[in-house]
Design a protein around this ligand. Structure first.
Ligand code: ADP
Length: 211
C-alpha cells in the first residue's frame, strides 16, 4: 500500500507511521529523518540543509524530490511505503505523481494550540526514534529510552520560535495539498487530537477497504 501521511508538525504522523508501518509491513520514509541523519553525520547534504531545518523552513523542492525519487527505487519500497513529511508543497506533489501511483493520503488534523503544546515538550530517542513527551508521556527514567535504553533528547528545531515558523510554513505551503489530493479522491480525514490508539483506530477504518 502506497500512503502519504499529511498534517501539521506535531499531528502525530511520525508516531503513527511507526505503528502502521509494522502493521502493514511497509517502510516509513520520513524526509525529516533523512535530513536529520545527514546533519548528524555531517554529509554534504547535511551541511546544505542544517540551517534551513534548524529554522523550520523548507529544503528546496528539487533537492527533496530527487532524494525521495532515489529512496523509492530501493527494494523495500516496491510493495508499498508510508511517506511521512513528503510532499510538503504543490510542486513536490506534482513531481511525485509523475513517477508514483498512490493508494491514499491520510490527512491528520489538529489545532495550532495543541501542536504547540505537544512539540514544546517532545523528546525523541536518538537510537530508535521512539517519541516521548515531558508531561504527557515521559520515559520511565529521564533521558533514557524505555524501549532500547538509548539517549532521549529534544530536537533543536522544537524551540518555540522554530515551532511557530513550522506551523506558519505548513499553513501557507503544505495545507493546499489537502485540496490537491481531495480533488484526486485520495484523501482520508483523521482527527489526531486524541490518543495515538484512537488515531490508529481511525486510520485502520479509513484504510480497511484498501487492504
Ligand atoms: P515536523 O513534521 O515535526 O515539522 P519533519 O521531521 O517532518 O518535522 O521535518 C523536519 C524538517 O525537515 C522540516 O522543518 C524541513 O526543514 C525539512 N523537511 C522535511 N521534509 C521536507 C519536505 N518534504 N520538503 C522540504 N523540507 C522538508
Amino acid at each position: 500500500m502506497k500512503l502519504i501521511f499529511l498534517g501539521p508538525p506535531g499531528a502525530g504522523k511520525g508516531t503513527l507511521a511507526v505503528i502502521v508501518s509494522k502493521e502493514y509491513g511497509i517502510p516509513q520514509i520520513s524526509t525529516g529523518d533523512i535530513f536529520r541523519d545527514a546533519i548528524k553525520r555531517e554529509t554534504e547534504l547535511g551541511k546544505k540543509v542544517k540551517e534551513i531545518v534548524g529554522r523550520g523552513d523548507l529544503v528546496p523542492d528539487e533537492l527533496t524530490v530527487s532524494l525521495v525519487r532515489e529512496r523509492l527505487t530501493q527494494a523495500d519500497a516496491q510493495k508499498g511505503y508510508i511517506l511521512d513529511g513528503f510532499p510538503r508543497t504543490i510542486p513536490q506533489a506534482e513531481a511525485l505523481e509523475k513517477f508514483q501511483k498512490l493508494d491514499a493520503v491520510v490527512n491528520f488534523s489538529i489545532s495550532d494550540e495543541q501542536v504547540v503544546k505537544r512539540l514544546s515538550g517532545r523528546e525523541i530517542c536518538k537510537s530508535c526514534g521512539a517519541i516521548y513527551h515531558v508531561t504527557n508521556m515521559p520515559s520511565k527514567v529521564k533521558g533514557v529510552c524505555d524501549k532500547c535504553g538509548g539517549p532521549v533528547y529534544v530536537r533543536p528545531d522544537d524551540s518555540l520560535e522554530s515551532i511557530t515558523n513550522r506551523l506558519d510554513v505548513y499553513r501557507k505551503q503544505t495545507e493546499p495539498l489537502i485540496g490537491f489530493y481531495r480533488g484526486r479522491a485520495l484523501l482520508k480525514d483523521i482527527d489526531s487530537s486524541k490518543s495515538p490508539e484512537d488515531t490508529q483506530d481511525q486510520i485502520k477504518k479509513a484504510l480497511g477497504s484498501l487492504k
